[in-house]
Design a protein around this ligand. Structure first.
Ligand SMILES: Nc1ncnc2c1ncn2[C@@H]1O[C@H](COP(=O)(O)OP(=O)(O)OP(=O)(O)O)[C@@H](O)[C@H]1O
Length: 743
């Protein structure tokens, strides 16, 4: 069939009333305009931005990000503030009680030197109370720390989920943005780790200053001004050395979290596609079992050698060779050969699945970075431990100053030494808490970067109007003469802002595309200047080569993808229903599957209706299966497993029943009947017609032609054609349309 004929047919179908000025239905768009090229740039993620986000340092920017997270944690401040105050109070109490331990120790030493039994017993009794009180306070602090972490996790997770699920942001992030790896890991595990770690740091930081202030005073009063000063100097030296080690650890930890997420995702894919992977690998041949001992290793492993040539070569050389279970030889030399070849057999037999290879290589990268983490951690631990372990020496040096360096004292009292050394140790321990905290802070910084990136990108994408198309609501329609929506493009010339794209809503009379041009999220142009009108009751079929942009047009119509130019007039979302090729089944019962996107709380379906619906498509046995599972109380099976075991056809039929139950005005069916028999497919379309559901189908099957009145055909040269399918004379599929599809 000639192209001109198609154009003529197409223009007959296009309704001028409905589509306004769309008279031409075919357009070649191979040449991109400047504006389109600019738009492509916008759609592409700039590498620069990516780099910036991944540059994580322990710096001011990180601190600002941290403060933003804190604002979220204290967004509802009452509970976390109360917990914080209780923690503070417990910290004060614990510091105060700890003082008695020092006095107790001094008294006990005193009782030993004086032989005072009463002093010994009373000190033991008081000490018992002090230590008991300390233990209870310590347990309470741990409880409060856990509750704080729990409360923070609640606030942060709900906050991020609230943004993540808004305006299908989770989809936009995955489809249009490369900046967030493993968003699921960030929500499920990073937030948990971050809040747990932060709570423990906070508790250390609360008790630390109190200990420092209190024992600075005690050191000053029991020794002299130089005592706290030396401990302070000692601490600051430790802090700066730790900071030097800590700085690079932020990026290393960030990378480690990313690699852990990627590795987990790979295994998740193996779980999801377990059956396909197993099927594909059944056909994989077993590897070579026979080896030539004299062959050097390179030749052995070379793919140039087939099994047969290897055997022939070995025979020619007259060397000994072994089969899968070689018999051990008698002499020593052969024994060495035997062991070597056996080793080679084992090595070769271990032919890896692609998935295993990928998992191994990803795991190796992960291990490599983990090793870096371990060694940097070692550096950090060494400096921290050196400072902690050296602190008793520093303490005794301080106590010895009046005796050996200032010569102000000739001898020290034992009780005095005990109290002074205890005070110095406590002051140093207050500081060493900070040094230990620095280890946790390096881990925390990784989490701060990952969580902040998530929040920033979510906000960025949600505010990026270039991904949205302004929708004129029904109520606003009469007041608006023209609504333009300019693309918000940061890096692009403002001339692009003159582009017009617009969606307006109607009461469900039609779906009209006027001069619509659209791209993939990566900026590859698909089709341009599409003008079609799908009136209620006139089904449209979209056909074309794989990857040409059929599903993308559906995405553009229902608003998931922005389009570049043109206008769309369509019903409200609740009047349109989308059916993908791979149906989405939720965790839940069959009734919940059908109700989706509503839940049982909002609606219920009577059993009789369920039976009727399932019977209509010959899958009512699934209801019996569900009943059986319910009766045998396999609750977990009911909600999770068994629905995953349904065949693709059964899953598609469940999605179709969902459509039939919701009875929308328009159904966008993207190859949604590809796995069901043609007889059932016919039933699907006849039920849709009966219920007055207008269908826009994407598909490859010729049989689909007879259920539709118009064909939108994409060709490989990026031209689109609109053809009348129904032959008015014989009321069946138009021969011309059928031929064009077969072409
Ligand atoms: N999220 C995405 N990011 C970038 N490109 C995409 C994305 N989704 C789809 N594409 C690309 O857009 C083009 C059109 O895809 P689309 O799914 O519309 O094809 P299709 O015509 O429906 O193909 P099929 O018949 O195989 O389902 C393809 O080249 C595809 O690779």
């Amino acid at each position: 069939m000639k192209k001109d004929d198609i154009k003529t047919t197409a223009s007959n179908v296009t309704d001028p009333e409905c589509c306004g000025n769309s008279s031409s239905c075919s357009s070649s768009n191979s040449s991109s305009t400047d504006e389109e090229v600019k738009l492509k740039i916008k759609f592409n993620q700039t590498d620069e931005m990516l780099k910036k986000i991944k540059e994580n340092k322990f710096d001011w920017a990180l601190f600002k990000r941290f403060i933003k997270i804190i604002q979220i944690l204290y967004w509802k401040p009452v509970t976390p503030l109360i917990l914080f105050l209780i923690l503070f109070g417990s910290g004060v109490a614990q510091t105060y009680v700890s003082k008695f331990t020092g006095i107790l120790l001094a008294n006990i030493y005193g009782s030993f030197t004086t032989g005072d039994k009463n002093l010994f017993l009373s000190s033991m009794l008081k000490g018992g109370f002090a230590i008991g009180g300390s233990a209870i306070l310590d347990a309470s602090i741990k409880l409060i720390v856990s509750l704080m972490a729990w409360n923070w996790r609640k606030s942060l997770c709900f906050y991020i989920q609230d943004v993540y699920f808004k305006k299908s942001l989770f989809y936009k992030i995955l489809a249009f943005d490369d900046r967030i790896d493993n968003p699921d890991q960030r929500i499920t595990s990073d937030i948990d780790n971050f809040t747990t770690l932060l709570a423990s740091i906070v508790s250390q930081c609360i008790t630390g200053p109190m200990v420092v202030v209190y024992y600075t005073y005690l050191c000053y009063t029991t020794i002299d001004w130089y005592a706290p000063l030396i401990v302070y100097g000692y601490f600051f030296l430790g802090y700066f050395i730790n900071k030097l080690v800590m700085s690079p650890m932020v990026s290393i930890n960030y990378l480690q979290d990313k690699l852990e997420g990627d590795f987990r995702y790979l295994h998740q894919r193996v779980r999801n596609f377990a059956e396909s992977i197993a099927f594909h690998n059944l056909s994989k041949e077993k590897s070579v079992k026979i080896y030539d001992n004299d062959h050097d290793d390179d030749d052995e492993d070379s793919d140039e050698y087939t099994d047969e040539t290897k055997i022939i070569n070995r025979k020619k050389k007259g060397t000994q060779y072994y089969n899968k279970n070689p018999t051990p030889p008698n002499n020593k030399r052969s024994d060495i050969y035997y062991k070597r070849s056996k080793k080679k057999i084992l090595k070769k037999e271990k032919e890896l699945l692609v998935e295993e290879e990928q998992a191994n290589s990803q795991f190796e990268t992960l291990l490599k970075n983990k090793k870096r983490v371990i060694f940097w951690q070692f550096g950090l631990n060494t400096t921290s431990d050196l400072f902690t372990f050296f602190s008793p020496i520093a303490n005794y040096f301080i106590i010895a100053i009046p005796l050996f360096f200032l010569n102000t004292k000739t001898v020290l009292d034992a009780n005095q030494v005990t109290v002074q050394s205890y005070n110095c140790i406590m002051l140093a321990s207050g500081f060493s808490q900070y040094i230990n905290v620095s280890q946790n802070i390096s881990d925390l910084s990784g989490y701060i970067s990952r969580i902040s990136t998530m929040i920033e990108v979510c906000k960025n994408v949600i505010n990026d109007t270039s991904l949205d198309t302004e929708v004129t609501k029904l109520s606003e329609k009469d007041n608006i003469v023209t609504t333009t929506n300019s693309l918000n493009v940061n890096n692009i010339d403002t001339s692009i802002n003159t582009c017009l794209r617009h969606i307006s809503l109607n009461h469900g009379e039609s779906i009209t595309l006027d001069d619509v041009t659209y791209f993939t999220p990566k900026g590859t142009q698909l089709y341009s200047k599409i003008s079609i009108c799908i009136k209620k009751g006139k089904n449209l079929l979209i056909m074309g080569p794989s990857g040409s942009g059929k599903s993308s047009l559906i995405r553009v119509i229902n608003g998931l993808w922005p389009f570049f130019k043109g206008s769309i007039n369509r019903p409200e979302n609740e009047d349109m229903f989308f059916l993908p090729q791979q149906p989405y089944l939720i965790f839940g019962t069959l009734e919940e599957q059908i109700l989706y996107p509503f839940s049982k709380k909002q609606k219920r379906i009577p059993k009789s209706i369920m039976k009727q619906l399932f019977k209509r498509f010959e899958i009512d046995y699934l209801l019996d299966r569900e009943r059986f599972i319910k009766n045998s109380a396999q609750i977990n099976d009911l909600t999770h497993n068994w629905l995953n075991q349904l065949s693709p056809g059964e899953q598609q039929l469940i999605a179709i029943i969902r459509l039939i139950y919701h009875k929308p005005k328009f159904a966008l069916m993207d190859e949604s009947t590809s796995s069901i028999p043609q007889s059932i497919e016919e039933r699907v379309y006849s039920v849709a017609k009966e219920l007055d559901i207008t269908t826009i189908s994407v598909g490859h099957r010729i049989s689909l032609l007879k259920y539709h009145s118009t064909l939108l055909r994409f060709d490989k040269d990026k031209n689109w054609h609109l053809e009348d399918i129904i032959d008015k004379d014989n009321n069946g599929p138009n021969k011309i349309a059928e031929d064009s599809v077969l072409d």
